[in-house]
Design a protein. Sequence first.
Length: 279
Amino acid sequence: MKRPGNEKTLRAFPGPLLLLGAGKMGQAMLEGWLKRGLAPGKVIVLEPQPAKSVKALARRGLKLNPKGKAATASAIVIAVKPQTAPEAVPAVQIHVGKSTLVLSIVAGRTLRFLESALPAGTAVVRAMPNTPAAIGRGITVAVGNARVSAKQRKQATDLLATIGAVEWASDEGIMDAVTAVSGSGPAYVFLLAEAMTKAGIAAGLPAPLAARLARETVAGSGELLHRSDLDAATLRQNVTSPGGTTAAALEVLMGPGGFDELLTKAIAAATRRGRELAG
């Protein structure tokens, strides 16, 4: 099954495109943009501790921590850590013009926070990607303020699509739940692989074999879900023979106090914590 979005070329992107923060997620986005045809010469990176790979791109025309007159950017992507955002975000004000789009992937920082740190009237998009973005298989949910035009929304989609699928929300109020499901979600999947490994060892498997079986089963099942047109429930049912071994296990996992109930509580807790952190 073909998944649209990741094939989008950025060769015609106007530039300059400014990236504030080139940590793991910032670098993942930068690599995605360049793979999709964005010329390094169109990119400005502001990063106090750039990685070797980012320094290498400077030799190909990328502008790294440039001095002198500030360029007005067509788009600014903010990829700093939440705790540094209050100091870091206002620094890009000098790069904001009347038609500049500001796209933030800073976890927990609201549109209101971003608007207060930027010139009045700035078009702002808040987005929440997740860590599979590092391999181009993330999913991002985005929400924009009233200043974002249809053209800028498409621009934001094109930039985010290089690291995975993109969905848009009309209500910023759901972003804490988005964070709880997809932002934190990879940790739940990795925990599943951990738990399967421990359970396999408890059932008598050698530890290395249990770890490999768990790892490859989780990875392969995820890829099957990605490629299939069937929903998760149908794929689960296809594995489950009545009265068989899978059914016996699912009676435990789907029973009272089981997987569904635990995950509902976990996502509710993460959502609450997100709201607390956002103030």
